[in-house]
Write a protein that binds this ligand. Structure first.
Ligand SMILES: *Cc1c(COP(=O)(O)O)cnc(C)c1O
Length: 355
């Protein structure tokens, strides 16, 4: 049976978007393709409030996380960890032989400007990694405030942001905040099938990249730039997904960006309130995510059984991530889900559990 996905990626994809991928194939060196990339890129720049470059990579987000740390630093990278995905960026940095150090807070807590200040003052860093929305805990880090601190006190430090589970669901003012890299796979808030990653890159990050020897080929900004002005990519792009992305961006912009951000806040407030009434919220109340809620399983229910029952009714939620399995469950409220969808879902959960 078809299950509507309330998991934090991949998310529910509308029929119209599935159909947008079914266009006849076009050559990636044809004018039709260049027109497509030229059409979609300004829409992404508008959504990210940036006039700098936005690249499209045929890759999941993890590939671009790797590519970005490989070309960010000639000194040392500070990795900040507050959950599974931010920890992973440290593993990726280390696995590529890039000198790095990790600071970590317990799960459910945020990375703060104070913590970053203290850490950056200890060594000669020239880049920092941040996960904006930590999907494993349902927590939104104060990226704008951290970026302001970094610019004020550590002007050489590039700011790399994994916004995988909040780009297109949360306002990100790339230029005003002064971010250097901000990336997201499209299978989360963009509500597209998986396989494409959107990545905004600042001019200064592109300059830094030139100074980093052996920074790789596939994700290299210099390689992307060889084709950027022709509205092409060096390797074959994910053409069908870019067609779907173009259709989705039209709908996001037609909804209106402010209304779009507001819809996510409304859904988040509803789910958070429901979780407080029937369970508890896992993460620090001051930093709750607007795209995914991590509910603490205070009633000791079987999350696996609940999900099995939900499956019979056409829905799927996520168990807790890693060590939080069965201790928590996660409800995503991102992409094309609506407040009515969330009301229906919580109604089903109440019915199944007899709440
Ligand atoms: C899902 C997720 C990733 C991994 O993305 P892939 O597209 O599967 O590579 C990384 N970071 C965060 C915050 C995520 O939510």
């Amino acid at each position: 049976m078809y299950k509507k996905l309330f998991i934090p990626g991949p998310t529910h994809v509308r029929e119209k978007i599935l159909q947008a991928q079914a266009e006849p194939m076009i050559g990636h060196r044809s004018q039709e393709y260049a027109d497509l990339q030229a059409d979609v890129t300004p829409k992404l720049q508008k959504m990210l409030y940036t006039e700098q470059r936005v690249y499209l990579y045929a890759s999941s987000s993890t590939g671009v996380m790797e590519g970005s740390v490989r070309q960010a630093s000639t000194k040392k990278v500070l990795n900040t960890a507050c959950g599974a995905f931010s920890k992973r960026w440290h593993q990726i940095t280390a696995a590529n032989g890039v000198p790095c150090h990790k600071i970590e807070v317990p799960m459910g807590q945020a990375i703060t400007p104070e913590l970053v200040d203290e850490a950056l003052s200890q060594d000669d860093y020239d880049a920092i990694t941040l996960v904006m929305n930590e999907t494993s805990t349902g927590l939104l880090n104060p990226v704008a405030d951290i970026a302001a601190l970094v610019h004020a006190k550590y002007p050489d430090v590039l700011i790399l942001v994994d916004a995988v589970s909040c780009m297109a669901g949360e306002k990100i003012e790339f230029d005003t905040w002064g971010l250097d890299v901000c990336l997201a796979g499209v299978q989360k808030c963009f509500a597209l099938p998986a396989g494409l990653t959107v990545c905004a890159v600042s001019d200064r990050a592109r300059e830094r990249s030139q100074q980093v020897p052996n920074h790789g080929y596939y994700f290299s900004y210099a390689q992307m730039d060889k084709r950027y002005e022709k509205h092409q990519t060096p390797a074959t792009p994910a053409i069908s997904l870019i067609q779907a992305l173009n259709a989705q961006m039209d709908d996001i912009l037609a909804e209106g960006l402010e209304r779009h951000w507001e819809r996510h806040k409304e859904m988040a407030a509803y789910v958070q309130d429901w979780a407080r009434r029937h369970f508890a919220l896992y993460s620090d109340e001051n930093y709750l995510s607007n795209t995914v809620t991590n509910v603490e399983n205070t009633r000791d229910i079987s999350v696996a059984d609940l999900n099995k029952e939900l499956g019979k009714r056409g829905a799927m939620i996520s168990n807790g991530y890693g060590d939080l399995k069965e201790k928590c469950f996660r409800i995503a409220h991102m992409g094309d889900l609506t407040l009515d969808d969330l009301k229906w879902l919580t109604g089903q959960i109440e019915d199944i559990l007899g709440l």
